[in-house]
Design a protein around this ligand. Structure first.
Ligand SMILES: Cc1cc2nc3c(=O)[nH]c(=O)nc-3n(C[C@H](O)[C@H](O)[C@H](O)COP(=O)(O)O)c2cc1C
Length: 130
């Protein structure tokens, strides 16, 4: 599977997902479930998640930014063996957060989400060195 190959070629995973009624999307869960299945060489798909430096961020049109789905997704990924960093980000009122060019309109919020990405890169480097 193409997605499994992509996973195997990268050391870190950043999941960014909208919240659907307090949960993660069915499509995202379906993709993760298929990823966990055996890869062509008969190796468990779980090997793709093992010790993978991982962060989860979310967005919703509500005020909480999809925190419920973000926390639930962390549990799914932990169960599969991924190593979750503590840094998270949730974007509330997401339908109002972006300006015409697709960038975030608030530089403070932009700094917060970029900080999660930077933390993930740092952690990934530390994990690889260990
Ligand atoms: C198809 C669909 C459409 C939705 N549309 C809206 C919407 O227009 N506005 C909204 O606030 N939530 C909508 N929701 C609920 C959001 O997915 C989400 O659960 C909610 O905004 C969470 O807010 P919170 O993060 O503040 O708890 C929709 C959910 C679905 C499944």
């Amino acid at each position: 599977m193409q997605l499994q190959k992509l996973f195997s070629e990268h050391d870190a995973l950043l999941v960014a997902s909208p919240d659907y009624n307090g949960g993660y999307t069915a499509m995202l869960k379906n993709a993760i479930d298929w990823m966990s299945r055996p890869i062509p060489e008969k190796v468990s798909g779980l090997a793709l998640f093992a010790n993978k430096a991982t962060a989860v961020i979310s967005a919703s049109p509500g005020p909480m930014g999809g925190i419920r789905s973000m926390l639930a997704m962390r549990g799914v990924l932990e169960k599969l063996g991924a190593v979750l960093i503590p840094q998270t980000f949730t974007l509330g009122l997401a339908h109002q957060a972006f300006i015409e060019d697709g960038q975030l309109g608030n530089s403070v919020v932009e700094g917060e989400v970029k900080a999660v990405g930077a933390a993930l890169v740092r952690f990934c480097g530390a994990l690889r060195a260990a």
